[in-house]
Design a protein around this ligand. Structure first.
Ligand code: C2E
Ligand code: MG
Ligand code: MG
Length: 633
């Protein structure tokens, strides 16, 4: 049967000390009362020497009382003992010597010393008391003490010394046990306090970065909200997610991923004002809490500062790794007045920042909640889309800008939703990436594109190439090479008819692992293109390191060429730089003849865009190629 007695918590070292002080105070009161009574009695008997002695002892005990109140326990207790021994000895000498009632106080003195003093002190005191007895005996023998009622003999002295020694021994044993129990209690208490502290750290701190964790962050946010309500100020919650952390983690290893998280934590911490909080919520998600904010502009300025702080490359394993960040911001009281609502809305805004092209911040707005519902529908719908054949691949022709011939097409996935109609890839690809479905979608698109490209060859359309977009997440899985080889083999398509389009951010973060994978894909004969070039952070060093064939200039620059000399300059510089590195260039988003002519003038090799055609279903693309070939013939 288990005991049902409630456990009594051990006293803390702090309370043990105050308890001792309290006890000493009580003892001092009692001793002073005894001396006071003795003084009154002596006065009534006319023993003025005794009165004087007792008053001096009272004054000295008063001093001990003062020290004890100030917390000087050791000093007070030693002083009290010395006063007691001297006082009692003096009174005994002035009174009846060994017959005096003062001897009754000896055991009490020993107990007191055992409790409040050290073990050594107990023995020293023992020796003093024994010495005092011997001295009193001598004073008797020499006739100095005359007031004694009877003469003393040696036997009496020996008996008294022996009794005192026995009492001293008991006190020594008992107080020894008491001390060791108290010491054990104190050390258990200390261990308990330490483990409480450790539990507290585990419960409130992230073990990797030592930043506050979600629990502590929520507590702090609660507090900030209370203060803000009182001071009529705003509180901002900035939900931060590293865009390409998974790529770093998977390619450079988890230890490097951890290192990156610590560096991010350090940078975030260094850029904050006192009173702001940065916490790690999970994986690559951080939360920044800004209290006492007076305007949204101030929050936006802080968000910009955070993006800049993290935009500087992180030195990891001899590489300068660039990570981009998406920030979602919710501001109280506008976007929610309680912790959970505010965090949920900041999280939503963060996803919106990601969807809008990453490396950006977004403030929450109420329409985002409606989008969540849409997102959930989309995520579950996408799962069945593949099985129900709702996905299609359309092909946008790519042209040789010099000969004007169609050299191939970019495969662009389309989702024909039974109720929503055509859902653009810009909407469902991010959902597929977030839910992990991108791997299945990507594999399906790869097979479909290879099948169609092979069909074009069989239909006599010539050696057309097909470019397939590959999400960074597909590269995190180690089987991308196998999937490519399988697709090519299953469709019997030559490897050089397939081009894989990678995003620029992948190059930057995935340097080590990616370079090897690309080398092996290139060895298979597959072509590699960098998509949307100019929007990320890749530089010459990155391009040189990778086995890349082509750069695709992002359509935003190409489309603005006609209206902005700045963008035209960028396009020209990219083309020249690519040529220096022996790379070909594809211009995306060519919408008019004027742009086409400029590109031709700059020596750009290939182009695609609405100037020729949007992406078409496979049959439409075949018809376009045939028409084109017929008109060229
Ligand atoms: P992207 O790879 O840069 O594809 C080019 C996008 O530009 C396509 O949009 C295309 O329709 C559009 N476009 C082409 N010419 C013009 C033009 O002259 N003017 C304008 N304004 N736009 C033009 P789409 O099909 O909506 O695809 C958007 C993005 O979705 C693609 O950008 C690509 O990143 C992604 N995506 C499409 N299919 C796949 C896929 O199968 N897998 C993966 N991972 N991503 C895909
Ligand atoms: Mg593309
Ligand atoms: Mg593109």
């Amino acid at each position: 049967m288990s005991s049902s007695l409630p456990a009594t918590p051990p006293p803390s070292p702090g309370t043990v000390l105050t308890l001792q002080q309290r006890r000493l105070q009580q003892i001092l009161w009692a001793v002073m009362a005894a001396f006071g009574t003795a003084a009154l009695m002596s006065f009534s008997k006319g023993g003025y020497t005794s009165v004087a002695l007792e008053l001096v002892a009272l004054a000295l005990l008063g001093l001990a009382y003062r020290w004890n109140q100030r917390g000087e326990l050791a000093r007070a207790s030693q002083w009290m003992l010395a006063t007691l021994i001297a006082g009692i000895f003096g009174l005994m000498a002035a009174g009846e010597g060994l017959y005096d009632e003062g001897t009754l106080a000896f055991p009490a003195i020993l107990i007191f010393a055992g409790m409040f003093g050290s073990r050594r002190m107990l023995w020293v005191l023992m020796a003093w008391l024994q010495g005092a007895l011997v001295l009193l005996f001598v004073l008797h023998q020499t006739g100095v003490i005359r007031a004694a009622s009877a003469p003393v003999d040696l036997q009496r002295l020996v008996m008294m010394v022996a009794i005192l020694a026995a009492i001293g021994f008991f006190v020594w044993l008992l107080t020894g046990d008491l001390h060791s129990t108290l010491a054990q209690l104190a050390s258990e208490k200390e261990a308990l306090a330490e483990s409480h502290q450790r539990i507290d750290v585990l419960a409130h701190r992230d073990t990797l970065t030592q930043l506050p964790n979600r629990t502590l962050a929520k507590d702090r946010l609660e507090l900030l909200l209370l203060q803000a309500r009182r001071d009529q100020r705003m509180v901002a919650a900035l939900y931060l997610d590293l865009d390409n952390f998974k790529t770093v983690n998977d390619s450079l290893g988890h230890a490097v991923g951890d290192e990156l998280l610590c560096l991010v934590a350090e940078r975030l911490g260094s850029g904050l004002r006192d009173g702001d909080t940065v916490a790690r919520l999970s994986g690559d998600e951080f939360l920044i809490l800004l209290g006492n904010v007076h305007s949204e502009e101030a929050v936006a300025a802080s968000a910009r500062q955070v993006l800049q702080l993290l935009a500087r490359p992180f030195p990891l394993q001899g590489l300068d790794v660039v990570v981009t960040t998406s920030l979602g911001i919710a501001v109280a009281p506008r976007d929610g007045s309680d912790v959970d609502e505010l965090l949920k809305n900041a999280d939503l805004a963060m996803y919106r920042a990601k969807d809008s092209g990453r490396n950006a911040f977004r403030f929450f707005d109420a329409s985002m909640n409606e989008n969540v519902v849409e997102h959930l529908h989309m995520a579950s719908g996408l799962r069945t889309a593949l099985a129900h054949g709702e996905l299609q691949v359309h092909y946008q022709p790519q042209f040789d800008l010099h000969s004007g011939r169609i050299i191939g097409a970019e495969a662009l996935v389309r989702w024909k939703h039974p109720t929503l109609g055509f859902v653009p890839p810009g909407k469902f690809i991010p959902v597929a990436e977030r839910t992990g479905l991108i791997n299945e979608v990507g594999t399906w698109v790869l097979h479909r594109a290879c099948l169609d490209a092979q069909a074009w060859r069989q239909q006599g359309l010539g050696a057309l190439t097909v470019a397939v977009n590959v999400s960074p997440l597909q590269f995190h899985r180690d089987n991308i090479e196998r999937e490519v080889a399988n697709a090519l083999a299953a469709c019997q398509l030559p490897a050089d008819a397939l081009e894989l389009e990678l995003t620029e951010s992948l190059l930057v973060a995935d340097a080590h692992h990616l370079s090897e994978v690309l080398q092996r894909l290139r060895a298979q004969g597959v072509q590699i293109a960098i998509d949307d070039f100019g929007t990320g952070y890749s530089n010459l060093a990155y391009l040189q390191r990778f086995a890349v064939h082509r750069l695709k200039i992002d359509q935003s620059f190409v489309r603005r060429m006609g209206s902005s000399t700045h963008d035209e300059g960028i396009v020209r510089a990219i083309i020249e730089m690519a040529h220096c590195l022996g790379l070909q260039v594809v211009a995306e988003g060519v919408e008019d003849a004027a742009t086409l002519h400029r590109l031709q003038g700059f020596g750009c090799e290939f182009g695609q865009g609405f100037h020729w055609s949007p992406a078409l279903p496979a049959e439409g693309f075949c018809a376009l190629v045939r028409n084109h070939q017929d008109s060229a013939a």
